[in-house]
Design a protein around this ligand. Sequence first.
Ligand code: SAM
Ligand code: SF4
Length: 332
Amino acid sequence: MPLLDRYGRVARDLRVSLTDRCNLRCSYCMPPEGLEWAPDDTQLTDDEVVRLVRVAVQRLGVTGVRFTGGEPLLRRGLVDIVSRVRALEPDRERLGLSVTTNALGLSRSAQALADAGLDRVNVSLDTVRPETFLKIALRDRLHDVVDGLAAAQAAGLGPVKVNAVLLRGINDDQAPELLAWCLERGYQLRFIEQMPLDAQHGWDRSAMVTADEIVSRLEERFTLAPAAEPRGSAPAELFSVDGGPATVGVIASVTRPFCGDCDRVRLTADGQVRTCLFAREESDLRSALRAGADDGELATRWVTAMRGKAAGHGIDDESFLQPDRPMSAIGG
Ligand code: SAM
Ligand code: SF4
Protein backbone atom coordinates (compact mmCIF):
# COMPACT_ATOMS: atom_id res chain seq x y z
CA MET A 1 0.00 0.00 0.00
CA PRO A 2 1.78 3.19 -1.08
CA LEU A 3 1.19 6.48 0.75
CA LEU A 4 -0.60 8.06 -2.20
CA ASP A 5 -2.38 11.42 -1.96
CA ARG A 6 -5.20 12.90 -4.06
CA TYR A 7 -2.72 14.66 -6.32
CA GLY A 8 -0.82 11.52 -7.28
CA ARG A 9 2.17 12.15 -5.04
CA VAL A 10 3.62 9.18 -3.14
CA ALA A 11 5.32 9.72 0.23
CA ARG A 12 8.48 7.66 0.62
CA ASP A 13 10.43 9.93 2.92
CA LEU A 14 9.37 9.79 6.58
CA ARG A 15 10.44 12.45 9.11
CA VAL A 16 10.16 11.16 12.66
CA SER A 17 10.31 13.64 15.51
CA LEU A 18 11.79 12.06 18.63
CA THR A 19 11.22 14.95 21.03
CA ASP A 20 9.93 18.52 21.10
CA ARG A 21 12.68 19.55 23.52
CA CYS A 22 15.79 21.45 22.58
CA ASN A 23 18.98 22.80 24.16
CA LEU A 24 19.29 25.78 21.79
CA ARG A 25 16.90 28.68 21.30
CA CYS A 26 17.30 29.62 17.63
CA SER A 27 15.24 32.78 17.33
CA TYR A 28 13.48 31.64 14.14
CA CYS A 29 12.31 28.49 15.92
CA MET A 30 11.79 28.95 19.66
CA PRO A 31 11.28 31.78 22.16
CA PRO A 32 14.16 32.53 24.58
CA GLU A 33 12.32 30.97 27.51
CA GLY A 34 11.70 27.75 25.59
CA LEU A 35 8.29 26.15 25.30
CA GLU A 36 6.13 24.09 27.56
CA TRP A 37 7.41 20.61 26.70
CA ALA A 38 4.87 17.91 25.91
CA PRO A 39 4.00 15.63 28.87
CA ASP A 40 5.97 12.37 28.94
CA ASP A 41 2.95 10.09 28.67
CA THR A 42 2.02 11.65 25.32
CA GLN A 43 5.42 10.81 23.82
CA LEU A 44 5.84 7.59 21.88
CA THR A 45 8.08 5.11 23.67
CA ASP A 46 11.08 3.70 21.82
CA ASP A 47 9.08 0.51 21.14
CA GLU A 48 6.18 2.54 19.75
CA VAL A 49 8.47 4.57 17.49
CA VAL A 50 10.06 1.41 16.09
CA ARG A 51 6.65 -0.20 15.63
CA LEU A 52 5.26 2.73 13.61
CA VAL A 53 8.44 2.98 11.54
CA ARG A 54 8.15 -0.76 10.87
CA VAL A 55 4.62 -0.23 9.55
CA ALA A 56 5.89 2.58 7.32
CA VAL A 57 8.87 0.63 5.99
CA GLN A 58 7.38 -2.84 5.67
CA ARG A 59 3.83 -1.99 4.59
CA LEU A 60 3.78 1.53 3.18
CA GLY A 61 6.81 1.75 0.91
CA VAL A 62 8.84 4.22 2.95
CA THR A 63 12.49 4.15 1.78
CA GLY A 64 14.01 6.93 3.87
CA VAL A 65 13.66 7.77 7.55
CA ARG A 66 15.03 10.99 9.03
CA PHE A 67 15.02 11.44 12.80
CA THR A 68 14.52 14.99 13.94
CA GLY A 69 12.87 17.10 16.64
CA GLY A 70 13.26 19.35 18.69
CA GLU A 71 16.75 18.04 19.19
CA PRO A 72 16.91 14.28 18.45
CA LEU A 73 20.27 13.84 20.26
CA LEU A 74 18.38 14.60 23.49
CA ARG A 75 16.44 11.37 23.04
CA ARG A 76 18.18 8.87 25.27
CA GLY A 77 17.19 5.87 23.14
CA LEU A 78 18.35 7.37 19.81
CA VAL A 79 21.20 4.93 19.11
CA ASP A 80 19.01 1.98 20.03
CA ILE A 81 16.12 3.24 17.89
CA VAL A 82 18.49 3.65 14.92
CA SER A 83 19.86 0.16 15.35
CA ARG A 84 16.39 -1.40 15.63
CA VAL A 85 15.14 0.47 12.57
CA ARG A 86 18.26 -0.54 10.64
CA ALA A 87 17.55 -4.16 11.57
CA LEU A 88 14.15 -3.85 9.84
CA GLU A 89 15.98 -3.34 6.54
CA PRO A 90 19.75 -3.87 6.55
CA ASP A 91 20.08 -2.92 2.88
CA ARG A 92 21.07 0.77 2.83
CA GLU A 93 19.98 1.11 -0.81
CA ARG A 94 16.44 0.21 0.23
CA LEU A 95 16.31 2.21 3.44
CA GLY A 96 18.31 5.36 4.13
CA LEU A 97 18.58 6.56 7.72
CA SER A 98 19.56 10.09 8.68
CA VAL A 99 19.36 12.56 11.53
CA THR A 100 18.84 16.34 11.50
CA THR A 101 20.57 17.80 14.53
CA ASN A 102 22.08 20.91 16.05
CA ALA A 103 25.13 18.67 16.75
CA LEU A 104 25.48 19.48 20.46
CA GLY A 105 26.98 16.27 21.85
CA LEU A 106 27.39 14.72 18.40
CA SER A 107 31.14 14.46 18.96
CA ARG A 108 30.36 11.83 21.60
CA SER A 109 27.65 9.91 19.73
CA ALA A 110 28.61 10.08 16.04
CA GLN A 111 30.55 6.81 15.99
CA ALA A 112 27.86 4.93 17.93
CA LEU A 113 25.21 6.24 15.53
CA ALA A 114 27.28 5.15 12.53
CA ASP A 115 27.82 1.72 14.10
CA ALA A 116 24.07 1.44 14.71
CA GLY A 117 23.43 1.85 10.99
CA LEU A 118 22.86 5.56 10.48
CA ASP A 119 23.86 6.77 7.00
CA ARG A 120 24.02 10.55 7.18
CA VAL A 121 23.55 13.65 9.31
CA ASN A 122 22.32 17.15 8.51
CA VAL A 123 23.67 19.69 10.95
CA SER A 124 22.13 23.10 11.47
CA LEU A 125 24.67 25.91 11.56
CA ASP A 126 23.86 29.51 10.67
CA THR A 127 27.22 31.19 11.35
CA VAL A 128 30.84 30.41 12.13
CA ARG A 129 31.25 33.47 14.36
CA PRO A 130 30.81 32.73 18.08
CA GLU A 131 29.19 36.09 18.82
CA THR A 132 26.61 35.65 16.03
CA PHE A 133 25.94 32.08 17.16
CA LEU A 134 25.21 33.35 20.66
CA LYS A 135 22.94 36.04 19.26
CA ILE A 136 20.90 33.57 17.18
CA ALA A 137 20.84 30.47 19.40
CA LEU A 138 21.24 32.18 22.82
CA ARG A 139 23.83 29.63 23.90
CA ASP A 140 27.61 29.88 23.52
CA ARG A 141 28.01 26.47 21.87
CA LEU A 142 29.56 27.04 18.44
CA HIS A 143 32.59 24.94 19.41
CA ASP A 144 30.32 21.93 20.15
CA VAL A 145 28.75 22.15 16.73
CA VAL A 146 32.15 22.42 15.03
CA ASP A 147 33.39 19.36 16.97
CA GLY A 148 30.17 17.48 16.20
CA LEU A 149 30.51 18.12 12.48
CA ALA A 150 34.10 16.87 12.47
CA ALA A 151 33.12 13.74 14.42
CA ALA A 152 30.27 13.01 12.02
CA GLN A 153 32.60 13.22 9.06
CA ALA A 154 35.23 11.07 10.77
CA ALA A 155 32.57 8.46 11.56
CA GLY A 156 31.62 8.26 7.87
CA LEU A 157 28.21 9.89 8.29
CA GLY A 158 28.64 11.71 5.03
CA PRO A 159 28.28 13.54 2.87
CA VAL A 160 27.75 15.80 5.87
CA LYS A 161 25.19 18.47 5.08
CA VAL A 162 24.90 21.81 6.81
CA ASN A 163 21.56 23.67 6.97
CA ALA A 164 21.62 27.43 7.44
CA VAL A 165 18.90 30.04 7.89
CA LEU A 166 19.78 33.67 7.13
CA LEU A 167 18.28 36.43 9.26
CA ARG A 168 18.29 40.01 8.05
CA GLY A 169 20.74 42.22 9.90
CA ILE A 170 22.12 39.29 11.90
CA ASN A 171 23.90 36.84 9.60
CA ASP A 172 22.70 37.65 6.07
CA ASP A 173 26.09 39.20 5.29
CA GLN A 174 27.87 35.99 6.36
CA ALA A 175 26.60 33.66 3.60
CA PRO A 176 29.87 33.64 1.57
CA GLU A 177 31.96 33.18 4.74
CA LEU A 178 29.84 30.19 5.80
CA LEU A 179 30.11 28.66 2.33
CA ALA A 180 33.91 29.08 2.27
CA TRP A 181 34.13 27.44 5.71
CA CYS A 182 32.00 24.47 4.59
CA LEU A 183 33.89 24.06 1.30
CA GLU A 184 37.21 23.92 3.16
CA ARG A 185 35.91 21.03 5.25
CA GLY A 186 33.97 19.18 2.57
CA TYR A 187 30.52 19.86 4.03
CA GLN A 188 27.58 20.43 1.70
CA LEU A 189 25.90 23.70 2.63
CA ARG A 190 22.23 24.42 1.98
CA PHE A 191 20.45 27.64 2.84
CA ILE A 192 16.80 27.38 3.90
CA GLU A 193 14.43 30.33 3.48
CA GLN A 194 12.98 31.26 6.84
CA MET A 195 9.42 29.92 7.19
CA PRO A 196 6.51 30.98 9.44
CA LEU A 197 6.93 28.15 11.92
CA ASP A 198 8.30 29.87 15.02
CA ALA A 199 6.28 29.66 18.22
CA GLN A 200 6.51 33.43 18.71
CA HIS A 201 4.94 34.18 15.29
CA GLY A 202 7.81 36.56 14.54
CA TRP A 203 8.11 35.69 10.83
CA ASP A 204 7.73 38.64 8.50
CA ARG A 205 7.43 38.02 4.76
CA SER A 206 8.82 41.46 3.94
CA ALA A 207 11.89 40.97 6.14
CA MET A 208 12.81 37.38 5.23
CA VAL A 209 15.93 36.77 3.17
CA THR A 210 14.78 35.31 -0.15
CA ALA A 211 16.47 32.63 -2.25
CA ASP A 212 17.30 35.22 -4.93
CA GLU A 213 18.99 37.36 -2.34
CA ILE A 214 20.94 34.40 -0.96
CA VAL A 215 22.24 33.60 -4.44
CA SER A 216 23.20 37.26 -5.02
CA ARG A 217 25.06 37.38 -1.72
CA LEU A 218 27.01 34.23 -2.62
CA GLU A 219 27.78 35.55 -6.08
CA GLU A 220 29.66 38.45 -4.49
CA ARG A 221 32.42 35.94 -3.82
CA PHE A 222 31.70 32.78 -5.84
CA THR A 223 30.59 31.88 -9.35
CA LEU A 224 27.39 29.85 -9.20
CA ALA A 225 25.80 27.87 -12.04
CA PRO A 226 22.73 25.60 -11.92
CA ALA A 227 24.01 22.09 -11.14
CA ALA A 228 23.61 19.45 -13.80
CA GLU A 229 22.05 16.75 -11.66
CA PRO A 230 18.24 16.48 -11.75
CA ARG A 231 16.49 17.75 -8.64
CA GLY A 232 13.65 15.20 -8.42
CA SER A 233 11.80 15.54 -5.13
CA ALA A 234 14.81 17.11 -3.36
CA PRO A 235 13.86 20.48 -1.88
CA ALA A 236 17.24 22.11 -2.54
CA GLU A 237 18.06 23.81 -5.83
CA LEU A 238 21.71 22.99 -6.33
CA PHE A 239 24.34 25.29 -7.79
CA SER A 240 27.89 24.33 -8.70
CA VAL A 241 30.45 26.57 -7.03
CA ASP A 242 33.33 28.01 -9.08
CA GLY A 243 32.91 25.39 -11.79
CA GLY A 244 32.37 22.46 -9.37
CA PRO A 245 32.47 19.76 -8.27
CA ALA A 246 31.46 21.46 -5.01
CA THR A 247 27.85 22.58 -4.77
CA VAL A 248 25.66 24.80 -2.62
CA GLY A 249 21.91 24.36 -2.18
CA VAL A 250 19.09 26.82 -1.69
CA ILE A 251 15.77 25.63 -0.30
CA ALA A 252 13.25 28.23 -1.46
CA SER A 253 10.27 26.91 0.51
CA VAL A 254 8.54 30.30 0.48
CA THR A 255 9.41 31.99 -2.80
CA ARG A 256 9.67 28.89 -5.03
CA PRO A 257 7.66 26.15 -3.29
CA PHE A 258 8.26 22.58 -4.40
CA CYS A 259 5.01 21.10 -3.04
CA GLY A 260 4.14 19.50 -6.40
CA ASP A 261 7.09 17.11 -6.02
CA CYS A 262 6.77 16.55 -2.28
CA ASP A 263 7.44 12.97 -1.15
CA ARG A 264 7.36 13.59 2.63
CA VAL A 265 5.22 12.56 5.51
CA ARG A 266 5.81 13.30 9.17
CA LEU A 267 5.29 11.51 12.45
CA THR A 268 5.36 13.71 15.55
CA ALA A 269 6.92 12.66 18.85
CA ASP A 270 3.40 12.18 20.22
CA GLY A 271 2.40 9.83 17.43
CA GLN A 272 0.46 12.06 15.05
CA VAL A 273 0.78 11.75 11.29
CA ARG A 274 1.20 15.12 9.58
CA THR A 275 1.10 15.20 5.82
CA CYS A 276 2.84 18.60 5.65
CA LEU A 277 4.78 20.95 7.95
CA PHE A 278 1.94 23.39 7.38
CA ALA A 279 -0.95 20.93 7.76
CA ARG A 280 -3.76 22.10 9.99
CA GLU A 281 -4.91 18.56 10.75
CA GLU A 282 -3.20 15.49 12.18
CA SER A 283 -4.13 11.81 12.37
CA ASP A 284 -3.73 10.20 15.74
CA LEU A 285 -1.86 6.91 15.41
CA ARG A 286 -0.81 6.86 19.07
CA SER A 287 -4.35 6.37 20.38
CA ALA A 288 -5.02 3.65 17.83
CA LEU A 289 -1.77 1.92 18.67
CA ARG A 290 -2.39 2.11 22.42
CA ALA A 291 -5.97 0.86 21.90
CA GLY A 292 -4.51 -2.32 20.40
CA ALA A 293 -4.65 -1.70 16.64
CA ASP A 294 -2.67 -4.24 14.64
CA ASP A 295 -0.12 -3.26 11.97
CA GLY A 296 -2.71 -3.62 9.19
CA GLU A 297 -5.08 -1.18 10.86
CA LEU A 298 -2.28 1.30 11.57
CA ALA A 299 -1.26 1.12 7.92
CA THR A 300 -4.85 1.71 6.77
CA ARG A 301 -5.17 4.75 9.03
CA TRP A 302 -1.92 6.13 7.67
CA VAL A 303 -3.05 5.65 4.06
CA THR A 304 -6.35 7.39 4.88
CA ALA A 305 -4.47 10.31 6.45
CA MET A 306 -2.62 10.87 3.17
CA ARG A 307 -5.91 11.61 1.40
CA GLY A 308 -6.01 14.85 3.38
CA LYS A 309 -2.65 16.12 2.12
CA ALA A 310 -3.11 19.59 0.62
CA ALA A 311 -1.80 20.49 -2.83
CA GLY A 312 0.49 23.15 -1.37
CA HIS A 313 1.31 25.07 1.77
CA GLY A 314 0.12 28.47 0.50
CA ILE A 315 2.56 30.51 2.63
CA ASP A 316 2.41 33.30 0.07
CA ASP A 317 -1.43 33.35 -0.06
CA GLU A 318 -3.49 36.03 1.68
CA SER A 319 -5.49 33.32 3.45
CA PHE A 320 -2.42 31.52 4.86
CA LEU A 321 -2.73 30.48 8.50
CA GLN A 322 0.34 29.39 10.46
CA PRO A 323 -0.07 25.88 11.91
CA ASP A 324 -0.86 25.64 15.62
CA ARG A 325 2.29 23.70 16.39
CA PRO A 326 5.73 25.28 15.96
CA MET A 327 8.48 23.57 13.94
CA SER A 328 10.14 22.13 17.05
CA ALA A 329 6.95 20.28 18.01
CA ILE A 330 6.25 19.03 14.49
CA GLY A 331 9.73 17.87 13.57
CA GLY A 332 11.72 19.98 11.13
N1 SAM B 1 17.21 20.61 16.30
C1 SAM B 1 17.56 20.04 15.04
C2 SAM B 1 18.26 21.04 14.16
O1 SAM B 1 18.23 22.23 14.47
O2 SAM B 1 18.81 20.61 13.16
C3 SAM B 1 16.39 19.43 14.31
C4 SAM B 1 15.10 20.17 14.33
S1 SAM B 1 15.11 21.76 13.53
C5 SAM B 1 13.43 22.26 13.78
C6 SAM B 1 15.23 21.26 11.83
C7 SAM B 1 15.62 22.32 10.85
O3 SAM B 1 14.60 23.28 10.80
C8 SAM B 1 16.89 23.08 11.18
O4 SAM B 1 17.77 23.00 10.09
C9 SAM B 1 16.44 24.50 11.40
O5 SAM B 1 17.39 25.42 10.94
C10 SAM B 1 15.17 24.54 10.58
N2 SAM B 1 14.22 25.56 11.01
C11 SAM B 1 13.71 25.76 12.24
N3 SAM B 1 12.84 26.79 12.23
C12 SAM B 1 12.81 27.24 10.95
C13 SAM B 1 12.10 28.29 10.28
N4 SAM B 1 11.26 29.08 10.93
N5 SAM B 1 12.30 28.44 8.96
C14 SAM B 1 13.17 27.65 8.29
N6 SAM B 1 13.86 26.65 8.86
C15 SAM B 1 13.69 26.45 10.17
FE1 SF4 C 1 16.50 23.69 18.55
FE2 SF4 C 1 16.74 22.96 16.01
FE3 SF4 C 1 14.85 24.74 16.77
FE4 SF4 C 1 17.40 25.49 16.84
S1 SF4 C 1 16.23 24.90 15.00
S2 SF4 C 1 15.87 25.81 18.47
S3 SF4 C 1 18.41 23.61 17.39
S4 SF4 C 1 14.94 22.60 17.32
